[in-house]
Design a protein around this ligand. Structure first.
Ligand code: C2E
Ligand code: CA
Ligand code: CA
Length: 472
């Protein structure tokens, strides 16, 4: 064997260097799009931030992503989704100045680093240009595929951000942009960070509450509008955390829905509400709010069966309150579960009527027995005269469909009178009774019983006008 010459060694070293470069490229770039991966992107952003630390950084990150990819992969396959992602990556590459960095963050989102900008406007103009570019339809075989882009912009104008936090802030802005349904872009601001931290705290509080039993139920009564008799109680969750204090269900239920904790919570509410209500007089129903997510878990029907069986509570005394968003999820799946609940004997109530699309087709397609007019609608009656007319129309419509109606959020006697005079079936609100802890339910039952005795009049006596029949 001949000794390697100096040229051979130099050749070998060159080859090794090239190989190392290839390996380096491979581990720092995404295989599908050829763009930088997150860690490599962050390294380079960190370097620029370091260089700008003295002068005060003047750079921005835009997180840009598209909705519609799951729809495309679901309908046409993952390979088409991959094709779309590659096409979008190529568009982004062609749409940014050469000194910018481009990274693929996850399946359908990217990050663009603008290393030198003069002001926020410059970043905004770039973000809007990229959104427009991404929103152009993409041709696939004989189809034209449409997607919808959104962008979140974070500016590094202070010296205290590192690359990770910087990208995180662009992500928060991106999330805000997708939630808004507005122009499709948003800037980072500190309130987004606070909101994200609060959400995290609430999620931790939910886990703790499940483990240590910090949850409880409050019960809000509702009454027959004409007789004033107690008809039922709506179970409303309460969370009292030792350090965070009372957290409203309007805040923690959406967090529980997002994290999946709603399934455990929902099962607990069902069991607890049925257990408590089984001690009440038999004519008093209990209403429970159900989240749309509970209908997608596959465990809802067994949760209901378990709760009823454990407390020997009859299904006819259980009212299931759902909102319109439940019907929007998976119509067939929801319909079959609602039908099963109805067959079991439960009542199905459409809650928050008047706030969503209020599509009339839901009212006759789904097995509802009652609809509940939302409090915002009831309260608008005071300031917007046309709302009274709409309320009358809703009441007529419900009557024609054979549905009972509850009006919630009644705070004034005028609101109660108006609804009573138009034959609303049930009323609920602070005027008639606020939500109370379990221990106070007995007092409400007793006081309504006493009131009904007071209201008993000899048969010969003339019936007073509806508005004067009873008082709360
Ligand atoms: P919702 O089902 O529409 O319940 C009515 C909300 O309005 C309750 O707020 C109630 O306390 C409040 N309210 C009742 N009468 C009046 C009134 O006259 N005026 C005003 N201003 N408010 C009134 P809460 O208890 O804070 O519950 C908020 C929402 O949280 C509920 O709205 C419901 O969507 C959700 N929620 C509560 N408990 C549960 C639960 O166990 N499961 C699920 N999935 N959601 C729940
Ligand atoms: Ca409700
Ligand atoms: Ca409501």
């Amino acid at each position: 064997m001949t000794e390697p010459t100096g040229k051979d060694i130099a050749d070998l070293q060159r080859k090794i260097a090239m190989l190392e470069q290839d390996v380096q490229h491979l581990v720092s770039h995404d295989q599908l799009t050829g763009l930088l991966i997150r860690s490599a992107f962050l390294k380079r952003v960190e370097k620029v931030l370091g260089e700008q630390r003295e002068s005060g950084p003047q750079c921005a990150i835009i997180e840009i992503g598209v909705r519609g990819i799951p729809r495309i992969t679901g309908a046409l396959g993952r390979h088409v989704g991959d094709y779309v992602i590659s096409a979008l990556a190529a568009r982004l590459s062609s749409g940014i100045p050469s000194d910018c960095l481009l990274c693929r963050l996850d399946y359908w989102s990217f990050a663009v680093f603008l290393p030198q900008i003069n002001d926020a406007l410059e970043a905004l103009i770039t973000a809007k240009k990229l959104i427009e570019l991404m929103n152009q339809p993409i041709d696939w075989v004989e189809r034209s595929l449409t997607i919808e882009a959104a962008a979140g912009v974070a500016l590094a104008n202070k010296t205290d951000v590192d690359a990770g936090l910087f990208l995180h802030r662009a992500g928060l802005a991106y999330k805000a942009a997708t939630e808004k349904g507005g122009p499709g872009y948003a800037f980072f601001n500190p309130a987004l960070e606070q909101a994200a931290r609060r959400k995290q705290d609430v999620q931790t509080a939910i886990q703790e509450a499940l483990e240590k039993q910090f949850f409880s139920l409050a019960f809000q009564p509702y009454f027959h509008a004409m007789s004033g008799e107690l008809a039922g109680m709506e179970a409303l969750m309460r969370l009292k955390h030792p350090t965070l204090g009372a957290i409203s269900p309007a805040e923690f239920i959406p967090v529980a829905e997002e994290s999946g904790a709603i399934h455990k919570i929902g099962a607990w509410v069902l069991a607890e509400a049925c257990r408590i209500a089984s001690n009440w007089p038999q004519h008093i129903l209990v209403s429970i709010n159900f989240s749309p997510e509970q209908f997608l878990s596959g465990q809802l029907l067994s949760d209901v069966h378990n709760a009823l069986e454990l407390s020997s509570f009859p299904a006819y005394r259980l009212e299931v309150e759902i909102t319109e968003s439940t019907m929007l999820s998976d119509t067939e799946m929801v319909m079959s579960q609602l039908t099963a609940l109805r067959e079991l004997g439960c009542q199905i109530v459409m809650d928050d009527f008047g706030t969503g699309y209020s599509s009339l087709s839901y009212l006759w397609k789904f097995p509802f027995s009652k609809l509940k007019i939302d409090k915002s609608f009831v309260q608008a009656m005071d300031t917007k005269p046309q709302v009274k007319g709409m309320l009358r129309t809703i009441l007529d419509l419900a009557r024609n469909l054979g549905l009972k109606v509850t009006a919630e959020g009644i705070e004034t006697t005028e609101q109660a009178e108006m609804l009573r005079s138009h034959h609303c079936d049930f009323i609920q609100g602070y005027l008639c009774g606020k939500p109370v802890p379990e221990a106070e339910v007995a007092a409400i039952v007793m006081s309504r019983f006493a009131a009904s005795l007071r209201n008993l009049k000899p048969a010969a006596e003339t019936t007073p006008p509806a508005a004067q029949r009873f008082e709360f």
